[in-house]
Design a protein around this ligand. Structure first.
Ligand code: DON
Length: 304
């Protein structure tokens, strides 16, 4: 049996000693206020045993990690038709780049770059009666935790500075790949990104992606074919222009956010969430990546 707790403790100790923690995201001013020295890690295995170290119960802004949840909901609603509006190829570009979108006539490369996530948000806005309430209820259900909520301060902070996302949404609109108003879709998108969750909550929420689409409350949200697709997208597109490096170093599907969170998983084995607010120059948590590399090296558990 693998001694996950011993390994997480060792990872935490190494993290505490590491001085170069990258740079905090300050293009959303509210995120820049977070203490750079936080570090948390939480792992849940298939028996739903929990292992943790550091600040694993402290909430932070999940940002782009939320794109996995909106994709899950949209895939449930549109099934295969979703792929007519968003592709499934890695972009090789940073998360907010727009050049490919113009070049490829408004079809985003994948659902995890910002334009792709904005299309997915548009799908939810079109199909749900009360999109923000229903999405929050969905996340609470898959997390088995009704305390999870949006952070309105982060929403307003991002709204004030979200010029790139306004540009993306306007481009999508000009190519007829946005059904609703730019303002309405971005209001939803900024809310989904503002969700506050801890490593413990994230690891438990991602349980459904290691458990064939069935969440902790035993509700089935995805078919096993859909889980395969979402996990494949996390592997190939979850870290933008660092997806190759993440597969190379860590060897697991996963998703990052500019709040410094990363969630990664090994189907039928475990899911793990890390949090360290400092980012590398590709916008992924610097210590989070190091921690996960150490985890898969020590446990000898990667998908490869
Ligand atoms: O749209 C944005 O720029 C942010 N709300 C989310 C970006 C993000 O988390 C990218 N991830 N690594």
């Amino acid at each position: 049996m693998i001694d996950y707790q011993r390994i997480l403790n060792a990872i935490h100790q190494t993290a505490q000693k590491t001085e170069d923690r990258g740079k905090i995201a300050d293009y959303i001013p509210e995120l820049a206020k977070v203490d750079m020295h936080k570090f948390g890690i939480h792992l849940v295995n298939m028996n739903q045993e929990n292992f943790c170290a550091g600040n694993s119960n402290e909430g932070f802004s999940i940002q782009s990690i939320s794109k996995v949840f909106t994709l899950t909901m949209a895939l449930g609603l549109l099934e295969e038709k979703l792929w007519e509006r968003v592709d499934v190829e890695p972009s090789g570009d940073p998360f907010n780049h727009l050049s490919l979108l113009e070049f490829e006539k408004g079809i985003p490369r994948n659902p995890f770059i910002n334009p792709g996530a904005i299309v997915v948000a548009d799908v939810l806005v079109s199909h749900l009666k009360n999109p923000k309430d229903e999405f929050l209820a969905f996340v609470r259900d898959i997390a088995d935790d009704d305390t999870i909520d949006y952070d309105s301060t982060v929403v307003s902070s991002e709204k004030r500075t979200g010029y790139h996302n306004y540009a993306a949404a306007n481009l999508l609109k000009s190519f007829n790949n946005l059904e609703n108003d730019v303002e309405t879709v971005l209001d939803f998108y900024f809310h989904q990104c503002s969700l506050t969750m801890s490593c413990a909550q994230l690891a438990n929420t991602f349980f459904l992606y290691i458990n064939n689409g069935k969440c902790r409350r035993k509700n089935t949200h995805l078919t096993s074919g859909q889980v395969k697709r979402i996990n494949a997208l996390m592997l190939t597109c979850g870290f933008y222009d660092e997806a190759g490096e993440f597969a190379f170093e860590v060897g697991l599907p996963g998703k990052s956010g500019v709040g410094g969170g990363i969630v990664a998983l090994h189907p039928n084995k475990f899911c793990v969430a890390t949090w360290s607010p400092g980012l590398n120059d590709k916008g992924n948590s610097k210590l989070g990546m190091l921690a996960l590399e150490k985890l898969t090296t020590e446990t000898e558990l990667s998908i490869f």
